[in-house]
Design a protein around this ligand. Structure first.
Ligand SMILES: NC(=O)C1=CN([C@@H]2O[C@H](COP(=O)(O)OP(=O)(O)OC[C@H]3O[C@@H](n4cnc5c(N)ncnc54)[C@H](O)[C@@H]3O)[C@@H](O)[C@H]2O)C=CC1
Ligand SMILES: CC(C)CC(=O)C(=O)O
Ligand SMILES: [Mg+2]
Length: 370
C-alpha cells in the first residue's frame, strides 16, 4: 500500500515524539511491505520564525493533498507574546478547521503494566476503558467575537461559545456510533444548569438518542464529570462534550493511564485527510532533553493506520509493541516508579521498534510453517 503522510513535528517535544512515531511507522512499512511517503512541513512557532505565520499556505496544501496528517505539538514561551491572531496555537486551530476534523477521539485505557503508575488506586483504574469524543472545530475556541474592548471607559473582554445544531448533532452522532461498537453507553457532558448552548446540546443529545434505542444516554454536568473521572472512571464508556470541556477533561483523564504522555488522539474528518496528534503540548519544561514520553505520539500513529488506512493488524502490532516495552519495565521519566530504570525518548522508541520487528519476524516464521 502506498500512502502519503504529512508530518508536522511543530515545537518543543513535538519534534522528539514525532520522530519516534515516524520511526515506528517506518518499521511497520518495512515489516508489512507498505510504502509510506513522509512529507515534512513547518507549523506553529517554527513556522512563525520562518514565515511569520503559524500555518503557512504551503503547509496547509501539503496536508490537504496527503492521505493523513501526523502532528507533534506547537507553542512555547518564545511565542507567548506574539499577537493572538498569529500565535502557534492559532495555527493549530486553523488547521483543524481547514481540515474539518470535528471529531477528536481520545481513548483512555490503562495499560496493564502501568496499573501502578496512576495516582489513583490500582483497583480504581484496572480495566478502565473509555473514549472521550471531543467536538474540535467549534465551541468556545472558535466563537467570535473573541476580543478585548472598551465598554463605558472600562477594559472589557469577551469570548463566545458558538454552535449550530448541525455541529452538535454530527459530533453526538459520532459518539453514539462509537458506543454501538463498544458497551453502548454515552455520557453527554455539559453545563446545562448555566449555559444556553448546553441546554440545546442536551436537546440535541436526546433527539439523537431516539435513533439509537440500544444505546443508553446519560447527561452529566461538567464539574461533576471532572469529579467522577477520579471517583469512578470505570463507569464511562463514551463521553461526548464541547471543545474546551473535552480539552480539560481529557488532560485530567490522561492521569488515569499514568501520564499525559500516554494519551493519543485522532481528529477525524469525513471529507478529507484526518489529523493524528498526541493530546499533550510542546512541554517546554522538558524539551530538548530526551525526556519526553513518545508513546502518545506512537499510539496516535497506530490510530492513523487503523482509521485512515484501515490497517487494523498493523495498528494492533504497534499497540502490542508498546505493551511489551512497558511490560519489560521500560519507563520514561514521567512514568517513573521506584525500582525502575528511566530511559530516554529515543531508547523507548527503539524498544518499541524492536518489539515490532520481533513480532513480525515471529509471524513470518509461523506463516512459513502453516
Ligand atoms: N496540541 C498542541 O499542540 C498543544 C499545545 N500546547 C502548548 O504547549 C505549550 C506548553 O503547555 P503546557 O501547559 O505546559 O502543556 P503540556 O502538555 O506541554 O505539558 C504539561 C505537563 O506535562 C508534561 N508532559 C507533556 N507531554 C509529555 C510527554 N510526552 N512526556 C512526558 N511529559 C510530558 C510536561 O512536561 C508538563 O509538565 C503551550 O504553549 C501550550 O499552548 C498545549 C497543549 C496542546
Ligand atoms: C491549542 C489547544 C486547544 C490545544 C490543546 O490543548 C488540545 O488540543 O488539547
Ligand atoms: Mg489540551
Amino acid at each position: 500500500m502506498k500512502k502519503v503522510i504529512a508530518v508536522l513535528p511543530g515545537d518543543g517535544i513535538g519534534k522528539e515524539v514525532t520522530q519516534g512515531a515516524v520511526e515506528v511507522l517506518k518499521a511497520v512499512a518495512n515489516c508489512f511491505n507498505h510504502q509510506f511517503e513522509f512529507v515534512y512541513s513547518s507549523m506553529g512557532g517554527e513556522a512563525i520564525d520562518q514565515y511569520g505565520v503559524p500555518l503557512p499556505a504551503e503547509t496547509l496544501t501539503i496536508c490537504k493533498d496527503s492521505d493523513a496528517v501526523l502532528m507533534g505539538a506547537v507553542g512555547g514561551p518564545k511565542w507567548d507574546h506574539v499577537p493572538p491572531s498569529v500565535r502557534p496555537e492559532k495555527g493549530l486551530l486553523q488547521l483543524r478547521k481547514a481540515l474539518d476534523v470535528y471529531a477528536n477521539l481520545r481513548p483512555i485505557s490503562v495499560h496493564a503494566p502501568l496499573a501502578d503508575a496512576s495516582p489513583l488506586k490500582k483497583e480504581y483504574v484496572t480495566d478502565v476503558d473509555f473514549v472521550i469524543v471531543r467536538e474540535l472545530t467549534g465551541g468556545l475556541y472558535f466563537g467570535t467575537p473573541s476580543e478585548r474592548r472598551e465598554e463605558n471607559g472600562e477594559q472589557t473582554v469577551v469570548d463566545t461559545l458558538h454552535y449550530t445544531r448541525a455541529e452538535m448533532k454530527r459530533i453526538i452522532k459520532t459518539a453514539f456510533d462509537i458506543a454501538l461498537l463498544r458497551r453502548k453507553k454515552v455520557t453527554s457532558v455539559d453545563k446545562a444548569n448555566v449555559l444556553e448552548s448546553s441546554r440545546v446540546w442536551r436537546e440535541v443529545a436526546e433527539e439523537v438518542a431516539k435513533e439509537y434505542p440500544e444505546v443508553e444516554l446519560e447527561h452529566m454536568l461538567v464539574d461533576a464529570a471532572a469529579m467522577e473521572l477520579i471517583r469512578c472512571p470505570k463507569r464511562f464508556d463514551v463521553m461526548v462534550t464541547e471543545n474546551m470541556f473535552g480539552d480539560i477533561l481529557s488532560d485530567e483523564a490522561s492521569m488515569i493511564t499514568g501520564s499525559l504522555g500516554m494519551l493519543p488522539s485522532a481528529s477525524l474528518s469525513v471529507k478529507g485527510p484526518s489529523l493524528y496528534e498526541p493530546a499533550h503540548g510542546s512541554a517546554p519544561d522538558i524539551a530538548g532533553q530526551g525526556k519526553a514520553n513518545p508513546i502518545a505520539a506512537i499510539l496516535s500513529a497506530a490510530m492513523l493506520l487503523r482509521h485512515s488506512f484501515g490497517l487494523k493488524e498493523e495498528a494492533a502490532v504497534i499497540e502490542k509493541a508498546v505493551e511489551q516495552a512497558l511490560g519489560a519495565g521500560y519507563r520514561t521519566a514521567d512514568l517513573y516508579a521506584e525500582g525502575q530504570s528511566v530511559i530516554s525518548t529515543s531508547k523507548m522508541t527503539q524498544e518499541i521498534v524492536d518489539a515490532i520487528i520481533d513480532d513480525s519476524a515471529i509471524s513470518n516464521i509461523m506463516t512459513a510453517y502453516i
